[in-house]
Design a protein around this ligand. Sequence first.
Ligand code: SAM
Ligand code: SF4
Length: 317
Amino acid sequence: MRDSYGRDITYLRLSVTELCNLRCLYCMPEDGVCKKRHEEMLTEDEMIRAVEAAASLGVTKLRITGGEPLVKKNLLSICRRAAAVDGIKELCITTNGTRLAEMAVPLRKAGVSRVNISLDTLDEEKYAYITRHGSLSQALNGLHAALSAGFNQVKINTVLIGGFNDTEIRRLAELTLQYPLDVRFIELMPMPGGGDFGESAYIPCSAVLEALPEAVPRPSNDGVAKLYRLPNAKGDVGMISPVSAHFCGSCNRIRLTADGKLKPCLHSAQELPIKGMNLEEMTEQFKRAIGAKPVRHAELSSHSRSLAGRGMNTIGG
Ligand code: SAM
Ligand code: SF4
């Protein structure tokens, strides 16, 4: 379905849980989330109904996210059923990777075709710092399991943080020389619930190109990432610049939170509930949400936080 500005909305991001086994500094508070009542959250049947409603309006790509989707008990069943919905051509998942060692093959068998793994550093101590306790070796085991499980694509997502991992740009990008994967650098967004990073943490993705002068541009079929490739690499290096150069003009997505709220825009507090609705009602609500997409989001900077109204772990990225 087209929104009011002529953008074709073909991509649904479905957050299946707000819970996470990590506590990344930029994403959520140390004490985790205020646990909502079970009855407030979407049931598996409601999630699948929402996917059916979205698919009936032209959504073809579904990304499962969270919180950490791999902590969700019925994740494989959600994936199997979502992949089988008429019209869904691509089922992707975004994960911190720490549980992928056990889950990569079952996820592939459940119909997931592409995996994004969030990884901000290759240094054990820095990993434990940014995730507030996570184990780098667990995430790397997960990455290797994903590479062996036969997914169509494995991507690494790195949030670029000045003073933290800008010195690791080359090391992370060079993973594309070693493995058939893509590495995408994403500008740090000032989200509610995320820590207070100083101004110098917000560096533009152009820092990636400065660190990789030999990278050559590649044609991009991905609306949001600018793509480059290192000579002899097996995958691309991508740059996503929501802060320095918003990509609202080519936005093709709609988001559904685990507590059943449709978000027309990541950086707006506007939400439309679908909890408890039947298929027809949900479809109408999706139409309203797509119709409510703003032309663009408000300015983001270290001084002006996102107006998302909730933390990233409760939206899904
Ligand atoms: N737990 C999973 C993971 O970490 O991949 C999925 C959910 S997480 C909210 C989705 C994505 O949002 C991750 O790639 C994460 O790095 C990104 N993210 C979270 N907070 C962010 C922020 N403040 N700025 C930029 N990206 C952020
Ligand atoms: Fe958890 Fe992902 Fe947020 Fe990190 S970015 S705290 S792994 S939801």
